[in-house]
Design a protein around this ligand. Structure first.
Ligand SMILES: NC(=O)c1ccc[n+]([C@@H]2O[C@H](COP(=O)([O-])OP(=O)(O)OC[C@H]3O[C@@H](n4cnc5c(N)ncnc54)[C@H](OP(=O)(O)O)[C@@H]3O)[C@@H](O)[C@H]2O)c1
Length: 239
């Protein structure tokens, strides 16, 4: 498979290593300096695009890949409200689009544990849920896309929680998310249900970027040649 890497930073490099190990060719590497090479002629050399840039650039990059006829995997976080435009463009161009706030297989299993735990906690109003996430200091968005996904899953399963807040304030209908930025942390997410009697914690700790990179390559392998909108659940066979 020929891959166009849109974004050749920490994730782009990690993805290239894993893609090459799995027998793929990286035919295009785009960063800010050579953005002008991201045209239809260059993109057409690839079977699939993998986009990991930043929240301000992601929509334009993804739309350009899709309109050039490339199925596209995107891991850039912090632009969720614009995802429907990308999904519509994928359908219009008869190609595939897959966005995930987190490509790690472990985190996607953690998402399922989070949903199950939240549904068990529904009605146990003596427990207050909260989320803490920690990432490296270069991360541009806060809270992390993964923390937002975790919060939305809790909101869907716990009747009295309606929204999340980037704050440690204790508001009755909100889930507080606390974001820490510490040098060299690939990504840690902890959910706590706290009561005066006890706490329940679940935690996922990434040891490196390799899990995100492998998930992105598996996603690219899965969507190449397909049409439509996919998620990590499709890759992992989670119903
Ligand atoms: N979904 C997941 O599993 C997951 C996992 C890890 C990270 N992420 C997210 O992925 C994104 C990238 O993370 P990273 O750690 O790789 O960041 P990074 O190291 O800062 O790399 C970003 C890359 O994008 C390039 N870039 C910036 N603006 C661009 C534009 N307009 N067009 C093309 N390329 C552009 C940068 O080029 P220059 O350096 O030349 O500016 C750089 O090569 C972030 O949003 C992060 O939160 C997601």
């Amino acid at each position: 498979m020929n891959i166009a890497l849109i974004g050749y930073g920490k994730m782009g490099h990690a993805i290239e290593q894993i893609a090459v190990k799995r027998g793929h060719n990286v035919v295009l590497r785009i960063s800010s300096a050579n953005k002008h090479e991201m045209d239809a002629t260059h993109l057409k050399q690839a079977d699939v695009a993998i986009e990991f840039t930043n929240p301000a650039a992601a929509k334009e990059n993804v739309l350009q890949c899709l309109s050039s006829g490339l199925s596209t995997v995107c891991g850039t976080t912090g632009w969720n409200e614009q995802l429907p435009e990308a999904e519509a463009a994928a359908n219009k161009n008869n190609v595939a689009f897959l966005h995930a706030s987190n490509f790690s297989i472990g985190v996607n299993i953690f998402f399922e544990i989070n949903k199950s735990l939240a549904s068990l906690m529904n009605g146990h109003t003596e427990y207050t849920p909260s989320i803490e996430e920690t990432h490296h200091t270069q991360k541009k968005d806060a809270p992390s896309g993964t923390a937002i996904t975790l919060a939305e899953q809790i909101i869907q399963n716990i009747g009295n929680k309606k929204r999340w807040l980037l704050s440690d304030a204790n508001e009755k209908d909100a889930i507080p998310i606390i974001a820490h930025r510490i040098e060299n942390v690939p990504g840690t997410h902890k959910i706590t249900y706290s009561s005066s009697i006890d706490d329940i914690d679940i935690i996922h700790t990434a040891h490196s970027r390799d899990g995100f990179a492998l998930g992105a390559v598996l996603a690219a392998e899965y969507i190449a040649g397909k049409k439509g909108i996919f998620s990590m659940k499709d890759i992992l066979g989670i119903k």
